[in-house]
Design a protein around this ligand. Sequence first.
Ligand SMILES: [Fe+2]
Length: 197
Amino acid sequence: MAKEKKSSKTKTPTMPERKTRRITDDKILNAINDQIVLEQYSAQYYLAMSAWFEDKGLEGFARWYYIQHQEELDHAMIFYNALHQFGLKPVLGAIDAPPSDYESIEDILEQTYKHEQYITDSIHNIAQIAQECQDFKAITLLDWFIDEQNEEEDNTSSNLERYRLFAKENGQALYSLDNELGQRTYTKPQKLVDYEA
Ligand SMILES: [Fe+2]
């Protein structure tokens, strides 16, 4: 019996052609588009609060909120840049006007903490979509935001607690807290520095 001749050439396994765009991309795209608007709204919201503090002569609080507004703009840009990196086109939505009047310092600090909790929920929701879609690039991006939100919630709840405990009924303590918050400095996130380099 004649032996079957083996081909000297090794066959490369045929892989299914990779689609440039997956159906699940739309889910991530829509969720991140909405998040960009939410981050930009947060920036406006905190800038309006900064204006309120400035108007009351609390310059330290005003500075803290001004920097918070810059950070929110950065968050929006990190999502915006990420969509480009994922090969998706961002679609920008309308940003609502924030309230310009607030009842009190405590009212602002309380609203800020609640707002950050709301943002955390929104980030978790996108992370869940990314996991369902097995979109590993988006999962990595969202991990960064999950850590960032932990920090945001810690900072804003600490501001609220310290105000209630020490500064709410004590002018000297309020003066000290205003001075302390005024020391806040802005640092551009490394993610943005790298992207813009
Ligand atoms: Fe944010």
